[in-house]
Design a protein around this ligand. Sequence first.
Ligand code: ADP
Ligand code: MG
Length: 268
Amino acid sequence: MAVQGIVVENVSRVFGGLKAVDGVSLTLARGETVAIVGPNGAGKSTLVQLISGVDRADSGSIHVDGVRTDRLSSDRIARLGVGRSFQTSRVFPALTVWDSVLVGVQPGLIERPSGRLIDPVTESLGALLGLGFWRRRVKAQEAAAEAALKLFGDRLWPRRDQPALSLSYANRRRLEIARLLAAEPRYLLLDEPSAGMNPTETEELTHLILDLRRTHPQTGILVIEHKLSMVRRIADRVVVLNQGRVLIEDKPDHALDHPEVVEAYLGK
Ligand code: ADP
Ligand code: MG
């Protein structure tokens, strides 16, 4: 049987002479939340780029549920159920909040010049199979989008008809996560989801992730996070990266209170 989970084995990525990621191995099982912490430049974002296929490893291997992915395109990896957010917020400026999430439900959606989103698969299959099929599929997509927006209480749902660009920064970050969740990913990779959030917003995000763990018990979450009090509350395991290498991997309190970790942070 294929090994479940994301399995990263001895992966390296060199930029010029710099080993940004240097022989890293880690695993992420479904249902598990793993936090990656470490000083700026430790290689955290690069590692997420490699897992999501946005960048390629120079050596080592990555498997997702037994499928080797380190030479696959980011689209293929997304279709294997790996959803990832970026360190800096990315929203589609022209789309409404609602359409932004609908794009997440069905990554194949394309925007017509009229601004209407269409799903080419549904349109062609719908033509073959009849209108009932098309309507059912659209209904299912809309239900998934609604559920994803409502995960954030009244933050996003009442604003669904507004342009994504009109949202506050924190709401844009929420929208990105909603868009990822709408696709019902098996694995969620979040690169500093709390970046730029104030303490109240960070607290809400912490609760969201704790809620997700309850409502999506089969989803594996890999989160890069600087706010260590949040890491202590959400993570099952912590991987500390320093200069491209895994310094320590352990339960949150063990990892974060380890003298070498304290030094790696304070030494910066
Ligand atoms: P972190 O997310 O832990 O702050 P990064 O993964 O962004 O660290 O970066 C790790 C190291 O790799 C840094 O020294 C950074 O400057 C370098 N780096 C990252 N991406 C590139 C790139 N595309 N080209 C050259 N150097 C890069
Ligand atoms: Mg980073």
